[in-house]
Write a protein that binds this ligand. Structure first.
Ligand SMILES: [Zn+2]
Ligand SMILES: [Zn+2]
Length: 148
């Protein structure tokens, strides 16, 4: 194992439900965010999704990223072809970034979300009392802002 030039964070690893697809990110995520939008709920099946944002070029899927679908223009999402676990999302307005649901990641316990996006679509009975910043929509300015 080699470490980053900065000697900073080790690689992040993960896998889908069935284990067919494994994930490795060479660098720590730039940010981690909850997303309360209805699309993320449907993709993950959970009342709220939480994603880690990585530089796309540092992320490897083995054997590959599986099946990619686009339902809404500008967004593509992939899933394991065997078990259907959601693997990653890409958004045209956040070029070069890839979003991976933190539930797939072995280090999820160390990847605490830093903000809530699409907070306006939150399920009314879901209350997360964490004091994090809330964004009514995508928080895209913030998510695209390196180093925060
Ligand atoms: Zn799988
Ligand atoms: Zn979402």
């Amino acid at each position: 194992m080699t470490s980053d030039a900065e000697g900073a964070a080790p690689a992040v690893t993960g896998r889908c439900y069935c284990g067919t697809t494994t994930i490795r990110a060479a660098r720590a995520p730039e940010t981690v965010a909850y997303c309360h939008c209805a699309d993320c709920r449907r993709v993950t099946g959970a009342p709220v999704a939480a994603f880690a944002a990585f530089d796309e070029d540092g992320v490897t899927f083995t054997p590959d990223e599986g099946r990619r679908v686009t339902v809404n223009p500008g967004v593509s999402r992939s899933s394991c072809p065997h078990c259907g676990s959601p693997l990653a999302g890409r958004y045209d307005y956040l070029p070069g970034k890839i979003y991976i649901a933190i539930g797939l990641l072995d280090q999820a316990n160390d990847l605490a979300p830093r903000l809530h996006s699409h907070a306006g679509e939150r399920l009314s009975w879901l209350h997360i009392d964490d004091g994090l910043e809330r964004f009514g929509t995508s928080a895209r300015a913030r998510l695209g802002d390196d180093g925060k």
